[in-house]
Design a protein around this ligand. Sequence first.
Ligand SMILES: *[C@@H]1O[C@H](CO)[C@@H](O)[C@H](O)[C@H]1NC(C)=O
Ligand SMILES: *[C@@H]1O[C@H](CO)[C@@H](O)[C@H](O)[C@H]1NC(C)=O
Ligand SMILES: *[C@@H]1O[C@H](CO)[C@@H](O)[C@H](O)[C@H]1NC(C)=O
Ligand SMILES: *[C@@H]1O[C@H](CO)[C@@H](O)[C@H](O)[C@H]1NC(C)=O
Ligand SMILES: *[C@@H]1O[C@H](CO)[C@@H](O)[C@H](O)[C@H]1NC(C)=O
Length: 441
Amino acid sequence: MCLFTDSALPTSSTFTMGAFHPLNLFLFTLCLVAIAANAHNITAILEGFPDYSVYNSFLSQTKLADEINTRETITCLVLNNGAMSALTAKHPLSVVKNILSFHVLLDYYDPQKLHQISKGTTLTTTLYQTTGNAPGNLGFVNITDLQGGKVGFGSAIPGSKLDSSYIKSVKQIPYNISILEISAPIIAPGILTAPAPSTSDVNITGLLEKAGCKTFATLLISSGVLKTYESALDKGLTIFAPSDEAFKAAGLPDLSKLTNADQVSLLEYHASPDYKPKGTLKTTKDPVNTLATNGAGKFDLIVTTSGDSVTLHTGVGSSRVAEAVYDSPPFVIFTVDNVLLPSELFGKSPSPAPAPEPVSSPSPTPSVSPSPSPVSEAPSPLAASPPAPPTDAPSGSPADAPAGSSENSTSDNAAGHVSAPLFRTVVFTIFVAVVSSVLLS
Ligand SMILES: *[C@@H]1O[C@H](CO)[C@@H](O)[C@H](O)[C@H]1NC(C)=O
Ligand SMILES: *[C@@H]1O[C@H](CO)[C@@H](O)[C@H](O)[C@H]1NC(C)=O
Ligand SMILES: *[C@@H]1O[C@H](CO)[C@@H](O)[C@H](O)[C@H]1NC(C)=O
Ligand SMILES: *[C@@H]1O[C@H](CO)[C@@H](O)[C@H](O)[C@H]1NC(C)=O
Ligand SMILES: *[C@@H]1O[C@H](CO)[C@@H](O)[C@H](O)[C@H]1NC(C)=O
């Protein structure tokens, strides 16, 4: 379990921003991850029921299994192999994902509760509602206790038929997860017609520009790394795209000083080969490899989770992962608040959060020079990027909210800042831990 040794526990005198040891924050975050570890594994549960093997296989392919495992109070409405095969034969994976996420109820319904619905009918929210693709109550399911002990399921859109019905209980772990078989897919208007471009039609730079990541898109084109991304699309790709604000952050090293090869590595570092939607990132325990990974443990990312928030650690700094701006399996784009700086290029620190080093030299020089000076003979793609305004922090950027004092920061890059709310949460939680350990001893 999670044990903070006495030496790892900061004493009250260290409860200041400057003296707070970032390693403790990291260890603590790891503990949060361990505490939040899944109570159930839907894939393993369903392995015991061959009638639902097709359903189980699609939960894995769409990575919905990971999302389900991060939830505590949930009901899965499963379809048998015949019903699933009929469904998946007709639709691409992205549509199948929408349909299946519509069959995951964010509440616990066991057979008993199904028959005790007050007034005999209710609307319940689904995982599909959480995707942000469901306007109004499109992401809700209507459960109605019909006469003769029959329970019907349908879309919550008024006038929808209840043409799916409860068949039997498959498995219950009260009150964490319930698995019930239903007779037919529940279809809501719009779910089947959801746009599902094939990966060859996807315009990566167009999507990035729309998401406020124009600088990143421009760099992908000028460096040629876009081609690498495109060729990885079919097999699955997850992009962590820094926002335009991230490239203007005070304290960001001068990226145009990198060699061309290093610039390519930096851009390749911002994508991972495989489809990893948010639920998958949340359940990831091993380091995540990237397109720049060229050996075990090289150019990878450590993922930590706290509640619904996912953070990437590079070994030099960290960055929050925002909601996906595009998610259609096998391709997902997230925006990130900071440029991800791999330790292979920007530092030698082995731990994801670098320990504060005695700073003998003055504070790190502002990284962005007012005029981009050509440093290498060859024109470098990053030098062509629009120069960011010298040292002024971007206003209104939440990532830099904690008065990004590079003077007082122990970290020398934009990605190193700990966000104020997270910091407060961690300090508070450690405070609680200290108080309870005192009370218990
Ligand atoms: C249900 O989930 C909670 C929280 O994750 C966990 O502590 C508990 O052990 C789970 N119950 C069962 C029966 O697995
Ligand atoms: C869940 O179970 C499957 C099948 O037994 C296994 O392959 C997978 O690693 C498990 N996932 C987790 C997070 O333990
Ligand atoms: C569920 O659907 C039935 C049939 O369309 C309808 O009569 C009932 O009012 C609906 N329930 C809710 C809570 O909207
Ligand atoms: C992709 O989108 C960008 C920006 O909207 C546009 O300039 C470009 O022509 C598009 N590329 C293709 C191949 O459609
Ligand atoms: C840096 O720390 C010193 C002493 O703790 C404080 O007086 C000063 O205001 C801080 N500067 C910034 C920019 O936060």
